[in-house]
Ligand binder design. Structure first.
Ligand code: ASP
Length: 327
């Protein structure tokens, strides 16, 4: 390990930056409580702390994600050793995956948050912040893509998801599990992504939507989105990637307007694949022109589609980018 590392800290808000008021409501304050954190790694790790946003994460948009990406690119060109982003947990995985796809960074980039605000009993914010710094400063965290560190576990931005509304062990990686762990003394990795993707971007498009399919669904919601301003749609389809037959005229309308439609599964585990050849079955959807996205959930597939569209990929490039299971 280099003698003294400098870690850029970008605070963006979320519960980790909030406190509980007298009535029990969790609210953001003018001061981020994390700014009074005493660096426990003095002499080993220097912290360059900035507060670009103080937003609850439901307020986070792709434009803020792009601004974070640009700040990290700038800091990397100035020789920073690693980055920690503190973020609300509700959309944490979306920001983390956006950064994963759009940063060429080989330096560690770690995103963390908290389930309990700063003054609540059992608050997890400072602990998660500390372990995120430890991870960002570890030599082993290089070249692993963007990481999410919560509750002493390290997850890849690509596969992690929030699984519980309140539990501190909410961040999980269905199917694969975490890629590492953090203890008092060390950061340990036991796997890494096979391949990473870097998509250069200078702007982000909007009007990329996400819908969940349900039993008895009709064409109405798809028809509502068959507009000129719609740039893309991700559908959390049923099971392995099937839709009720009544949706198909709506789907056809979207495809006729050359709006990319991406199919993932609404199941929590597993991957969407075109397996069934009946009306509304995945094989038929693929024949109609829908793109299957393997292994990502709806929110992540939407970020991937949005990144591909923002990079102005051709229809063919977009389909293979979104379809590719390991990038
Ligand atoms: N609603 C909060 C947010 O995402 C929850 C959290 O931070 O954990 O900002």
């Amino acid at each position: 390990m280099k003698n003294m590392k400098t870690i850029l800290v970008l605070h963006t808000g979320g519960t980790i930056a909030m406190s509980e008021g007298k009535d029990g409501a969790i609210i953001p304050g003018k001061q981020n409580p994390l700014n009074s954190f005493n660096n426990p790694f003095t002499g080993k790790i220097r912290l360059d702390i900035r507060n670009p946003f103080n937003l609850p994460s439901p307020h986070m948009r792709p434009t803020e994600m792009l601004a974070l990406r640009n700040k990290i690119m700038q800091a990397e060109s100035e020789g920073i050793d690693g980055v920690v982003i503190t973020h609300g947990t509700d959309t944490l995985k979306e920001t983390a995956f956006f950064l994963d796809l759009t940063l060429p960074a080989e330096i560690p980039v770690v995103v963390t948050g908290a389930m309990r605000s700063a003054n609540e009993i059992g608050s997890d914010g400072l602990h998660n912040f500390q372990t995120a710094i430890q991870t960002a400063a570890s030599d082993e965290a290089h070249d692993k893509g963007v990481l999410v560190v919560m509750n002493d576990e390290i997850h890849t931005a690509r596969y992690v998801t929030k699984t519980h509304t309140t539990n501190v062990a909410t961040f999980r990686t269905p199917s694969f599990g975490p890629v590492g762990s953090v203890s008092k003394e060390r950061v340990t990795f036991f796997s890494k992504l096979i391949r990473q993707t870097y998509v250069p971007l200078d702007h982000v498009v909007d009007n990329v939507y996400l819908l969940k399919a349900f039993a008895g669904m009709g064409p109405e919601l798809f028809e509502t989105l068959a507009l000129q301003k719609t740039n893309g749609l991700v559908i959390e389809a049923l099971g392995a990637g099937n839709l009720p037959p009544a949706t198909l005229p709506g789907l056809q309308k979207l495809l006729d307007q050359h709006i990319p439609v991406v199919i993932v599964s609404r199941c929590f585990n597993g991957t969407a694949e075109s397996v069934y050849d009946y009306e509304g079955g995945g094989i038929r959807l693929e024949k109609m022109g829908a793109i299957f996205c393997h292994g990502l959930n709806g929110q992540k597939a939407r970020i991937k589609l949005l990144v591909g569209l923002s990079a102005q990929m051709s229809a063919k490039e977009l389909a293979s980018f979104v379809n590719d299971a390991v990038s």
